[in-house]
Design a protein around this ligand. Structure first.
Ligand code: IPE
Ligand code: IPE
Ligand code: MG
Length: 254
């Protein structure tokens, strides 16, 4: 009874000892890792220090997700809009994948993690792409957690590319207009072959999607926290998962 009251107040996630139900762990968790800059600013540090610290959170949460049995973890690392930032910050962000993988790739391999990337590769510097591609190739046969980096990713661009592909196929007579359905569209998105996220987490108190997975998140559970990404811990992650487990997903039904 008290538990239900707490749940109604939205405070039940604060119950410390509550266990995670192993049969209802989200298969795919997507995270908008936000707040690196503000985390640094609060400490009188340059924004880059926040991004560096955010990299450690990536490792922490990858391990946490793997431990829980999450199958896919998609992390928004750089959006198609982030090019608007000062060049020095963009340059720093572009070097992070290489830095991260130099330190962590061996451990990812040892833990059977499969690295993937979704985003528009064309505009990325060659050192960013080659680091990511090396990780993709070296982990391709791994069967554990799929760690999917959204890098130079934007949902609108992704959907436009898919629409152009579909239009081309129709024009060539390879596809009939009547046959265009959700699967035809989904198969032409960068997430082709991945299930839709069950849970979306956004840190730092912002309540928006910022052009992230707008097709795929149609029926995802959304969870927001004020915590900045560099200070996001396994405990925060568990809080999100527990809240997810209390939700009733109806998909428009009863
Ligand atoms: C998220 O942190 C990382 C990226 C968007 C690359 P921000 O850099 O957006 O940090 P805030 O939102 O300015 O605090
Ligand atoms: C979204 O965060 C992009 C990533 C986390 C990579 P932003 O910080 O870029 O989003 P806005 O600008 O606040 O919407
Ligand atoms: Mg931000």
């Amino acid at each position: 009874m008290i538990e239900r009251l707490w749940a109604k107040l939205g405070k039940s996630s604060l119950q410390p000892g509550e266990p995670i139900a192993p049969h209802n762990v989200p298969e795919h968790v997507a995270i908008i890792m936000d707040g690196n800059g503000r985390w640094a600013k609060d400490r009188g540090l340059p924004r880059m220090a926040g991004h560096h610290s955010g990299m450690k959170a990536v490792k922490r949460i990858t391990i946490a997700a793997d431990r829980l049995g999450v199958k896919y973890l998609t992390l928004y690392a750089f959006s198609t809009e982030n090019w608007k930032r000062p060049k020095a910050e963009v340059d720093f962000l572009m070097k992070l994948p290489q830095q991260f993988l130099e330190i962590e790739l061996d451990e990812l391999i040892a833990n059977n993690v499969q690295v993937r990337m979704m985003g528009h590769k064309e505009d990325l510097p060659s050192y960013t792409i080659s680091a990511v591609e090396e990780a993709i190739v070296k982990t391709a046969d791994n069967t554990g957690l799929v760690l999917n980096f959204a890098l130079n990713y934007g949902s609108r661009m992704e959907m436009l590319e898919a629409v152009k592909e579909i239009a081309t196929e129709v024009k060539r007579g390879q596809l009939a207009i009547e046959d265009i359905d959700e699967k035809v569209m989904a198969d032409r998105l960068l997430t082709s072959g991945l299930p839709d996220p069950d849970l979306l987490i956004r840190t730092s108190g912002e309540l928006r999607l910022s052009n992230f997975m707008m097709w795929q998140l149609a029926y995802s559970e959304l969870w927001f926290t004020d915590v900045y990404w560099p200070e996001f811990t396994e405990e925060h992650f568990h809080e999100a998962i527990k809240e997810y487990q209390r939700r009733a997903r109806r998909y428009g039904g009863l």
